[in-house]
Design a protein around this ligand. Structure first.
Ligand code: ATP
Ligand code: MG
Length: 464
């Protein structure tokens, strides 16, 4: 850490001159003013790393100035100078928050030494802050629900990929959480405090797209009355999500490839390029390899984007996540809808329906279904009736309570297994009057596993 800009405050012009010479030789850029008022005005106008101020001055003295600075810029380092024999004012200055003091008269290197010490302290302070923020950086992904093995694998991948700058391609059907994962890649990265910018490549008209993405200079085209940064520029230092990247028109695919390869940006109408530092994350629900094979997406761009790939599994491949997701959305909409009374449970029959449905719209569809059910339900419990609109073709045969309810179209072993397990657990609980120890014996499960599954499948153990 080196300080550059020093503000010197002293009413004595020969002292200002001597100090300016000493500090300039020490490698600092110095501006000098003659009292506290001028100093405050100067601090408003420019950035300074350190203030070196005399104590006794007309208008505003050094101590008052120091107190003002503490109010306005508590981080700024202030060193005071006091005449020999005025020991009290030095102590007063230290109490008011000065970093150190120098007694006049001083030897030239004495002043520079104090400044070097202040720099070292500032360096340590920043180093400390950096370490602390790194330690406290939470590695859990906010708002991400997923205890299934498939989602745990995704979480592991995100943690591994977040710290690196490589371009990542996130694939998955609609509503599987691609945007959520893109944000997580940003939030868990060292770029977290920099901007996260998302653009939907399918939503912009082709003519506007280039200047939207890369910016333009004033006068680049008729409507360009002022220059514009562009989304890449806005994301500088941070992360840019190119959502629905498969929709990008061919001409822009070429331009994007160039920016990614050269890490340089040329705005529309500009003659120069600027270096940029952006992590690009692309998302698509299309099969991009297929798009490449059919000539709709550039192969070189595909490889450039697909340096690492995160594939989000459709919800039907991970039904064990459904209960937790349902609860997550119940909590979310209890709060958002301000629902009174809040929903406190999901009936077993309703949960079964959630588990058995194939969710073509994935997590987003589940979220919408829960929200709708919460609006439609009267009491505290989500009943299956609230979910009626959820499926045009309910895959459940509405059968006797004891029948195993696997729809006639069902082919997934995983999903069917969940339904069978849930039903057998309910049977065992009914038979034993809710006694979990005995139910576990009948099911030939450990009690731990039973309790886990009861929770996971959202079974009401008292009214199975
Ligand atoms: N694992 C999850 N845990 C919690 N919420 C999730 C999860 N996955 C998705 N969601 C929620 O589901 C909704 C849809 O997710 P998101 O917008 O990230 O999907 P997407 O894959 O980008 O969809 P599309 O392809 O339609 O753009 C969001 O409200 C998101 O917060
Ligand atoms: Mg999306």
């Amino acid at each position: 850490m080196r300080f550059r800009n020093v503000l010197l405050v002293d009413d004595d012009s020969s002292m200002r001159h001597v100090l300016a010479v000493i500090l300039t030789e020490g490698g600092y850029e110095v501006r000098a003013v003659s009292n506290g008022e001028e100093a405050l005005a100067e601090l408003e106008a420019r950035d300074y790393d350190l203030v070196l101020s005399d104590v006794r001055m007309p208008k505003m003295d050094g101590i008052t100035l120091l107190k003002e600075i503490r109010q306005r810029r508590p981080e700024l380092t202030v060193v005071v100078m006091s005449a020999y024999g005025t020991h009290d004012s030095a102590i007063e200055a230290m109490k008011a928050g000065a970093y150190d003091y120098v007694n006049k008269p001083f030897k030239p290197d004495e002043v520079v030494l104090v400044l070097r010490k202040a720099e070292e302290r500032e360096r340590l302070k920043r180093e400390n802050e950096r370490l602390r923020s790194e330690l406290s950086r939470d590695l859990t992904i906010k708002n991400l629900i997923g205890t299934s093995e498939q989602m745990q694998e995704v979480v592991r991948q995100v943690r591994k990929l977040a710290p690196v700058k490589s371009t990542a391609l996130i694939t998955g059907e609609s509503g599987t959480g691609k945007e959520l994962i893109a944000r997580a890649l940003h939030d868990l990265s060292p770029r977290a405090s920099m901007p996260f910018v998302a653009v939907n490549c399918g939503a912009l008209p082709e003519q506007l797209m280039e200047s939207e993405l890369f910016g333009h200079v004033k006068g680049a085209f008729t409507d360009a009355v002022r220059s514009k940064k562009g989304l890449f520029g806005e994301a500088d230092g941070g992360t840019l999500l190119l959502d629905e990247v498969g929709e990008l028109p061919a001409a822009l695919q070429v331009k994007l490839l160039r920016v990614l390869q050269e890490e340089e940006l040329r705005r529309v109408g500009d003659t120069r390029s600027e270096r940029i530092d952006v992590r690009v994350v692309a998302a698509t629900r299309r099969d991009l390899a297929q798009e490449v094979a059919e000539g709709r997406f550039r192969e070189d761009l595909f490889y450039r984007l697909n340096v690492v790939n995160v594939r989000l599994p459709p919800l039907r491949e991970r039904p064990s996540d459904i209960p937790n997701l349902a609860w997550h959305f119940v909590a979310k909409y209890n709060e958002r809808l301000g629902r009174k009374p809040p929903i406190s449970s999901i009936s077993a029959a309703a949960m079964e329906r959630l588990l058995a449905y194939s969710w073509p719209g994935n997590v987003r569809e589940l979220e919408n279904a829960i929200e709708r059910a919460m609006v439609l339900s009267e009491g505290e419990v989500i009943m299956p009736e609230g979910l009626r609109q959820m499926s045009a073709r309910p895959p459940l045969a509405s059968g006797a309570a004891d029948a195993l309810v696997i729809g006639p179209e069902e082919l997934s072993i995983k999903r069917a297994t969940v339904i069978v397990e849930a039903e057998l657990i309910r049977r065992a609980l009914r038979k034993t009057g809710g006694n979990r120890t005995r139910a576990a014996e009948l099911l030939e499960l450990s009690q731990r596993a039973l309790i886990y599954k009861i929770k996971d499948y959202g079974i009401d153990a008292d009214k199975p």
